[in-house]
Design a protein around this ligand. Structure first.
Ligand SMILES: Nc1nc2c(ncn2[C@@H]2O[C@H](COP(=O)(O)OP(=O)(O)OP(=O)(O)O)[C@@H](O)[C@H]2O)c(=O)[nH]1
Ligand SMILES: [Mg+2]
Length: 165
């Protein structure tokens, strides 16, 4: 990790809200948006400042057809955000993505998105995904920018703690 730059990647199943998350959190419209019928067919990237850090914020394509890109995006990441679509619930893809992130051994947080129309209890999410109490699980709504900055701040804090010990 360079001193003040963090690479953060948002993962999540198809349609979970990753592109919306990146745009609302950063307050930027993506300059390059590879989309076909609203499905991301490339990856999303913005650069933003948060606290003392310059964040290189990426989001992966959710469609399984583009899963070959996940490893490329994950290379060199300092932390990950797993976005879950609360209107769909926890799916096999979410289980797969947790395993994928764990394999990279980086701090991660879980955002349970679309909280404006549906919500899942964080305790149940933890139980279903079989993750420890230390992993932050935060209800978000990307569309109304609810709790997005809290997700990023929790991740930054977890990354900072990991690098102290
Ligand atoms: N109600 C609601 N809709 C949302 C929210 N976030 C995203 N959406 C909607 O969900 C749909 C998918 O959003 P995207 O941001 O394109 O999802 P994505 O995860 O980037 O999709 P892929 O990259 O194709 O996997 C769009 O219609 C968004 O407007 C949210 O928090 N609440
Ligand atoms: Mg997308």
């Amino acid at each position: 990790m360079s001193e003040d730059m963090l690479k953060v990647v948002v993962f999540g199943a198809l349609n979970a809200g990753k592109t919306t998350f990146v745009e609302k959190l950063s307050g930027q419209k993506l300059f390059l948006k590879g989309e076909y019928e609203n499905i991301t067919t490339s990856f999303d990237f913005v650069q933003m400042e948060q606290g003392n850090f310059l964040i290189h914020l990426f989001a992966s394509p959710g469609h399984r057809r583009f899963s070959f890109m996940w490893d490329t995006l994950a290379t060199g990441m300092d932390g990950a955000i797993l976005l879950i679509d609360s209107t769909v619930g926890i799916t096999p893809v979410d289980h797969e993505l947790i395993k994928f992130i764990l394999n990279y051994d980086v701090p991660y947080v879980i955002a349970v998105n679309k909280n404006d129309i549906c919500s899942l209890e964080p305790t149940n999410v933890r139980k279903e995904l079989d993750i420890s109490d230390e992993i932050p699980v935060i209800n978000t709504s990307a569309i109304i920018n609810q709790n997005l900055v809290n997700v990023l701040d929790s991740l930054i804090q977890t990354i900072a703690e990991k690098n102290i010990v």
